[in-house]
Design a protein around this ligand. Structure first.
Ligand code: NAD
Length: 488
């Protein structure tokens, strides 16, 4: 049985897309599972002048496609929600919020706990944090925690500025920086694979692994997000955060225990081994592309709100080399892009060859290498590819896939990433959130690539619906490798 969590949750950006698509459904599922029950209230804030009744309608609408709903439960759940029209720059509005929080705390018995969720444009994050402090919205009797959305800055300098402003109000152990990939089942499952299997743990290093490949492919284009995307691009939007966090889970040393302190210490140590890239190295090892028209889809530059001459990349591929004794000489190839043939997130571990073929005496070709592929989404599971003998009189080898896939019904019943992460924040578990030092190291690494590109490295066009720029294949071919999987 789930432990009930008492809290007053304040969502800055309560009328926004994220709140409606992710936060309200996640909170509802927590309510359904009994994590949120009686002792909670949610204050939604945004600029619009909504009534509580109208806000309840919005909550109900956001739950229309959710499982486990019935009219009575939705009504009861929505009755815990309060709307407060709010201008983030107006101090008086924070005093109103503070008084409402105290009143609701008494009414619902929330034990003085406060969870603040910043679900607005990042330019407001610092302002909100400093007002929370100056108008003293902190509870003196329970916890005060802050969940903060991505993007966390757009380079090291802006990330540091943002961090300094939220750290002026909150301690590091009160800050929960969201990277929703860390809430995904198979990302967490990766740690189980690595650290519970004697079959894998001893060979998870440069002696046995030839290369690692991480793919985050999307079939959609920029959709409604062009305004933001034009200021970001794929490197900032996907690599600095999600891909780097996946690298950490693939490559970090075994944490002493599965606690936030030990997991973050292991990640931190790993990220400290990210090299400082020279401009030449960055330009050589990082490929950027932008989708052109193809497959009946428009070019990125013809999308709504995109500059016709935009140099923003919608595709990135690169080679990360960790300056870490465990991984010396092992390239981590990563790629992410929009308008690729299909959506998939997967991690492939390519093992080295045996280097010896005892079967050559019977005319048998050398065995191919072993491979472990972890499917993060939409499929969830993994495939271990081994060599075996073909049936028949001749001695010939073939590859055999040992497959495990979660059933769709089980995937649907498991908590979605946002639900898991909000639950973690409510229970004070920071394991699946990012620390400032991780942001620092990854931004410093990414900044070098960005600077090399801004200095003139070329942007290649690729047709929408294609595999992406050919340069991404050449990146691996140069080292004698190829992507384990092409999209088509
Ligand atoms: P949105 O534009 O849909 O919503 C922004 C919210 O902020 C609205 O509620 C708006 O009323 C409010 N707001 C804007 N200016 C305000 C002001 N001056 N005072 C008070 N309220 C104000 O944005 P979104 O898509 O919901 O994104 C919110 C955050 O979540 C961003 O940091 C974004 O990067 C992040 N995020 C969103 C998604 C997503 O799928 N939407 C995914 C990942 C991360």
């Amino acid at each position: 049985m789930a432990k009930e969590q008492a809290s007053i949750i304040t969502i800055f950006g309560g009328s926004g897309d994220l709140a409606r698509r992710k936060l309200y459904p996640s909170l509802y599922q927590l309510y359904h599972r009994g994590v949120l029950k009686q002792h909670f209230a949610v204050i939604g804030t945004a600029r619009r002048p909504w009534t509580n009744d109208y806000y309840h309608q919005i909550i109900a609408e956001s739950l229309q496609d959710e499982p486990n709903t019935d009219a009575e439960s939705v009504r009861d759940f929505a009755s815990h929600f309060y709307y407060q029209s709010h201008d983030v720059t107006d101090s008086d509005h924070y005093v109103t919020l503070k008084n409402l929080s105290s009143k609701l705390d008494e009414e619902y018995g929330a034990e003085g706990n406060r969870l603040f969720y910043m679900a607005m444009a990042p330019r407001f994050f610092g302002t909100i944090a400093s007002h929370i402090k100056s108008e003293d919205l902190f509870s003196k009797t329970g916890y005060n925690r802050l969940i903060i959305e991505k993007p966390f800055g757009r380079d090291y300098a802006t990330a540091k500025e943002l961090n300094d402003s939220i750290r002026a109000a909150f301690d590091e152990d009160q800050i929960y920086r969201i990277d929703h990939y860390l809430g995904k089942e198979m990302v967490q499952g990766l740690l189980a694979l690595r650290f519970t299997n004697p079959l894998l743990t001893p060979i998870w290093n440069k002696d046995y692994i030839a290369n690692v490949q991480i793919t985050l492919a999307e079939s959609v284009g920029v959709e409604e997000r062009a305004g933001y995307y034009e200021t970001a691009g794929a490197l900032r939007d996907m690599v600095q955060n999600h891909i780097m966090q996946l690298i950490a889970y693939v490559a970090m040393e075994q944490p002493e225990s599965f606690t936030p302190e030990h997991v973050h210490a292991a990640k931190n140590k790993l990220f400290s081994h990210l090299p400082v890239l020279s401009a030449e190295q960055a330009a050589k090892d990082w490929v950027r592309g932008q989708y052109a028209a193809g497959n009946g889809q428009p070019a990125y530059c013809d999308e709504d709100k995109v500059d016709a001459g935009s140099q923003i990349e919608t595709y990135v591929a690169g080679k990360v080399e960790l300056d870490d004794p465990r991984w010396v000489g092992v390239p981590f190839y990563v790629r992410t892009g929009k308008r690729l043939p299909r959506k998939t997130t997967q991690i492939t571990i390519n093992f080295k060859s045996m280097g010896q073929n005892i079967f050559d005496t019977v005319g048998c070709a050398e065995a191919r290498t072993n491979r472990l592929t972890v499917y993060v989404e939409p499929e969830q599971g993994y495939t271990l590819t081994l060599n075996g003998k073909t049936l028949g009189a001749n001695y010939e080898l073939e590859q055999h896939d040992l497959d495990f896939r979660q059933q769709q019904a089980d995937i649907d019943a498991a908590p979605e990433a946002y639900e898991r992460l909000i639950r973690d924040a409510l229970s004070g578990d920071q394991t699946n959130f990012t620390r400032w030092t991780e942001q620092k190291y990854t931004w410093q690494y990414i900044d070098a690539i960005r600077q090399a590109w801004d200095a003139g490295a070329s942007l290649t066009k690729y047709a929408a619906g294609s595999n992406g720029p050919a340069a991404a294949d050449e990146l691996l071919a140069r080292d004698g490798f190829e992507w384990a999987e092409q999209f088509k």
